[in-house]
Ligand binder design. Structure first.
Ligand code: SDX
Length: 393
């Protein structure tokens, strides 16, 4: 049931929402999507099958999955006019800045005819969002490196299409490496939804006012960008590279324990998990597998990450604070091995999380008597006082 908290001075507020999509037990390190453990989904399912599960509540049968994949595939192109939005950004704009702007602009293309009170139209908006985010993220990447946009190819898988749109160039054939496509699909599954995290709560709060879903997702992307949230995967790889070698780890551990340093180990800790983040465990296995398959043995960054994890997990400070690696600790190492710049790490998180955001938005809008969100505060300011004319101040 929705938890009801009573704050001083005696007002109550329902500070939690009801949702049937994702369950987390932070003490046990458990993550379930519609009841299915993330470990099983990550090893047996696919991202689009998980999208179906998150959106509709059940795993699809073969024909339902094929129909859903076909509907998503046929919506992967964006309106040709949307290409113009990219040219308004500086070449060196962070792809997340571009994504916030372009996804928000989808409101101008797909919002007018959208009645969010109509179930079918909410469904169409959800499919469009899941389908177009990879295209927009790939376009943001291509724009940032001065290469031409690559159109989606319906013959490719969802993850393979994204890799092709990012790495193909007109000058030569690009062959999607199935190992990388599978690893990318698993990364997307591991980031698909995570209960009421900051960006999902942002999407819900924006949606509670009746704002159109494209604008709500743009708000979620903006929130995800922060280094305390989805931006941590970029910050984590940059930290691991800065550490450089395992002999420098103690220096960073000491800095992380020094309150005055303001430094935190990126990819460590979590607001809910006070045990292992189950996604980090799967991600670590995937990092080993992908780097091995790519023949990148003894990757120095992976060595530093593993040694940093080993040292931190045996350190009393981290044990006392229950700080464990989270989903962002290993993901950057895999994305780096795939050839992505760190600036594309959070956009990939945003692509993956779009289905979680839109599933939670749909769940909330479908609620009977949905009310606008209104977080309350504890007022700690001045008591009432009278105005003083400037002559007497
Ligand atoms: C994501 O909510 C979600 O579900 C998010 C997410 C999702 O899928 O949506 O899981 C994705 O955002 C993962 C988190 C990615 N962020 C990082 O890796 C950034 C580094 N981590 C921290 O900034 C921090 O751990 C948070 C923000 C993730 C969680 O912070 P909390 O739960 O608010 O914990 P806190 O800041 O109150 O810290 C508790 C204590 C503090 O010490 P004290 O004040 O009690 O003395 O632990 C310390 C902190 O100083 N601490 C750390 C630390 N994280 C917390 N010390 C060093 N390094 C860290 N990483």
């Amino acid at each position: 049931q929705a938890d009801v908290f009573t704050f001083d001075p005696g007002f109550t507020s329902t500070a939690a929402c009801e949702s049937a999509i994702t369950y987390i037990d932070g003490d046990k390190g458990e993550l379930l999507h519609r009841g299915y453990p993330i470990e099983q989904l990550a090893n047996k399912s696919s991202y689009l099958e998980m999208c179906y599960l998150l959106l509709y509540g059940e795993l699809p049968n073969a024909s339902q999955l094929s129909d859903f994949e076909g509907r998503v595939t046929r919506h992967t192109m964006v309106h040709e006019q949307m290409h113009n939005f990219f040219r308004g950004f500086r070449r060196d704009a962070h792809p997340m800045a571009t994504m916030v702007g372009v996804v928000g602009a989808m409101s101008a293309f797909y919002h007018d005819s959208l009645d969010i009170n109509d179930e079918w139209q909410r469904e169409v908006a959800a499919i469009r969002m899941v389908a177009k985010l990879p295209t927009i993220a790939a376009m943001a990447y291509k724009y940032s490196i001065g290469q031409p946009f690559v159109y989606p190819k319906n013959s490719l898988s969802y993850a393979g299409n994204f890799l092709n749109m990012c790495f193909a160039v007109p000058a030569e054939e690009y062959h999607v490496n199935p190992i990388l496509a599978k690893a990318m699909d698993r990364i997307m599954m591991l980031h698909a939804d995570h209960e009421q995290n900051a960006s999902t709560s942002t999407v819900r709060l924006a949606g509670s006012s009746g704002a159109n879903p494209f604008a709500c997702i743009a708000a979620g992307i903006a929130c995800l960008w922060g280094p305390a949230h989805g931006g941590a995967n970029q910050a984590c790889l940059e930290m691991l590279r800065e550490i450089g070698t395992v002999d420098r780890i103690p220096e960073y551990i000491a800095k992380a324990k020094d309150k005055n340093s303001g430094f935190r180990l990126m990819g460590f800790g979590h607001r809910v998990y006070k045990n292992f983040d189950p996604r980090a465990t799967v991600m670590k296995e995937s990092a080993d597998e992908v780097l091995d398959l790519l023949g990148i043995h003894n990757n120095p960054t992976l060595q530093v990450a593993k040694e940093l994890e080993r040292i931190a997990l045996s350190d009393d400070y981290f044990i006392s604070k229950k700080l464990y690696p989270n989903v962002d600790f290993y993901s950057g190492i895999i994305l780096d091995a795939m050839g992505f710049p760190t600036s594309m790490f959070t956009p990939i998180f945003a692509i993956s999380r779009t289905v979680g955001w839109i599933a939670q938005w749909k769940e909330m809008i479908a609620e009977k008597n949905q009310k606008i969100g209104r977080p309350r505060q504890l007022y700690v300011g001045e008591k009432q006082r009278d105005y003083v004319d400037v002559k007497h101040r």
